[in-house]
Design a protein around this ligand. Structure first.
Ligand SMILES: Nc1ncnc2c1ncn2[C@@H]1O[C@H](COP(=O)(O)OP(=O)(O)O)[C@@H](O)[C@H]1O
Ligand SMILES: [Mg+2]
Length: 147
């Protein structure tokens, strides 16, 4: 397990940006942690690193935001206000089946039953006002090979 402590939002964003080049498509990245733990901040860095065009607003209220880049579609989903059935209604199965897609998911624990096993889980923990602990399994290229 890799454990990183970031000292401000910018560092968390950079961490997201820094793992983007390992993505090949087909990744489902599950961001676990309480409100304000930094999931959306991390997502913003990751989206930028993946070449998505901003603004990278939080999907908490719209549930899902789609970003199209030349090589892939990226879906940023927040399951905070919804349940498993709602996510299935969004076309979850189709999104997962298309291995060119990247899915970034906040509140994955709410829909755990429908998340494929080889997804990448990252845990965020609020330490103090500007400090966050971020824990994940290191991975290289295709996540499925490494977990
Ligand atoms: N080290 C840090 N990492 C991430 N966010 C931080 C950090 N320090 C302070 N913050 C602030 O905490 C808030 C995190 O919010 P957000 O990323 O929306 O959390 P979540 O999506 O988990 O609810 C932001 O206002 C951000 O500026
Ligand atoms: Mg959020």
């Amino acid at each position: 397990m890799k454990k990183i402590i970031t000292k401000n939002a910018e560092e968390t964003k950079k961490l997201g940006m820094g793992i983007a080049d390992k993505f090949q498509g087909g990744e489902i990245i599950c961001l676990e942690g309480d409100l304000g733990a930094g999931k959306t901040t991390f997502s913003q860095g990751l989206l930028q690193g993946l070449g998505a065009e901003g603004p990278y607003t939080s999907p908490t209220f719209v549930v899902m935001k789609e970003y199209k880049t030349k090589s892939r579609n990226i879906y940023h989903i927040d399951a905070y206000r919804i349940n498993k059935e709602d996510v299935l209604e969004l076309g979850w199965e189709e999104l997962v089946a298309d291995k060119s897609n990247v899915i970034i998911l906040e509140w994955p624990e709410k829909i755990k039953k429908i998340i494929p096993e080889n997804s990448l889980w990252i845990k965020f923990r609020h330490l103090d006002k500007n400090k966050r602990e971020i824990i994940y399994r290191p991975f290289v290229n295709k996540i499925s090979k490494k977990i």
